[in-house]
Design a protein around this ligand. Structure first.
Ligand SMILES: *Cc1c(COP(=O)(O)O)cnc(C)c1O
Length: 350
């Protein structure tokens, strides 16, 4: 025996690289190319340092309230956490406690199997169909819970709300979690279903559509019983997860709806232009409703394109995984950034 026999080991998640290259064009982790709202900048400048000697509000009440008002919910229907990764980890720990496996797609956010491993939760990956779409009928098997992103990552494919509802409706005894990290870029949120289904949690984040990946804010919305369970586990773990400045910044970001909507619109517009350019260069892809595209080229391997782009200081995401190793996931940047990407791709392909 040694202490090594008692270590809780796990296969860690590999985040996208965060290179520090002055010439880089960073299109690899789906960050927003636009800065956060000017109201966020003002809140940061006006921050009162004296208040930092006090612990923050363990309920993050001001932010929970701002989100509840924004989405027309009660405060008791919102849970805030340190990025949606924190919220999702808390959800796995709280609700996925069955002997039956939880279900998620085989091609999806690669944190799900990591948490399942860490928390010893049995899981089963449900293959996407050959077009990389979720088939709701595949989710009508005994399970201990279901989670999927909508739009899915890294494909960008979005499920219509009826299909999400079908999955929730056919699994009344399981918690269904819809990870809506990218929903603001054109997909339909399942939020409208939470009053009808008490087994549904919707998770969103400030990291992508609100340009605040560096701040770490995520939240879950659902009926108050679910939110209470989440809070019970959170307070048993670490009550003061979200710091004071983050709560204030989060409130400022929620207040500026106009700026938020205009950034999302700009990205949607750039995505449409990018579709035309990718098509002209011979890429194949499916419709994406996220702030990234998932593309493949019939003549050039994704790994080669990835390496060639890298040589030109352009970072995109390539997954060395079954079924998707010939695809690149490319974040939608500004129009100028995308022009640089397409100039480089044209040169590489010629
Ligand atoms: C980016 C992302 C998250 C995590 O975002 P946070 O920065 O932790 O809020 C969660 N789910 C999916 C599918 C994502 O792509």
């Amino acid at each position: 025996m040694s202490w090594l026999d008692n270590v809780r080991t796990c296969e860690p998640y590999t985040p996208g690289e965060q290179p520090n290259d002055p010439q880089m064009l960073k299109l690899n982790t789906n960050e927003n190319p636009y800065p956060p709202s000017p109201m966020v900048e003002k809140a940061l400048k006006d921050m009162d340092c004296g208040r930092l000697r006090r612990y923050p509000d363990p309920t993050a009440g001001a932010l929970v309230h701002a989100l509840a008002m924004h989405y027309r919910l009660k405060d008791s229907q919102v849970f805030a956490g340190v990025g949606s990764d924190d919220v999702l980890a808390m959800i796995f720990l709280t609700f996925f406690n069955s002997d039956k496996p939880i279900l998620f797609p085989d091609i999806t956010y690669s944190f799900y199997d990591v948490w399942a491993g860490l928390f010893r939760i049995p899981y089963r990956c449900i293959p996407l169909d050959e077009d990389f779409h979720i088939n709701p009928a595949d989710y009508r098997i005994p399970n201990g819970g279901i989670i999927f992103p909508n739009p899915n990552a890294p494909t960008g494919a979005a499920l219509p709300i009826e299909v999400v509802e079908d999955i929730v409706e056919h699994n009344p005894d399981s918690l269904v979690v819809v990870d809506e990290a990218y929903v603001d870029f054109g997909a339909e949120s399942a939020l409208s279903l939470i009053d009808r289904f008490e087994n549904l949690l919707v998770v969103q984040t400030f990291s992508k559509s609100r340009s605040l990946a560096g701040m770490r804010i995520g939240y879950a919305m659902g009926n108050e019983k679910l939110i209470r369970c989440l809070n019970d586990v959170k307070y048993s773990f670490n009550s003061y997860t979200m710091n004071r400045p983050t709560i204030e910044i989060g409130c400022a970001a929620v207040a500026d709806d106009r700026y938020f909507l205009s950034c999302c619109q700009k990205i949607i517009k750039t995505r449409r232009r990018a579709e035309d350019r990718f098509r002209e260069l011979g890429f194949r892809f499916d419709a994406s409703l996220a702030n990234f595209m998932f593309v493949t080229h019939p003549e050039r391997s994704a790994k080669e394109l990835f390496d060639e782009l890298r040589k030109r200081h352009i970072y995109v995401r390539w997954f060395d995984k079954p079924r998707i190793s010939n695809y690149l996931r490319i974040t939608i940047g500004t129009d100028d950034e995308m022009n640089r990407l397409f100039r480089a791709l044209k040169e590489i392909l010629s």
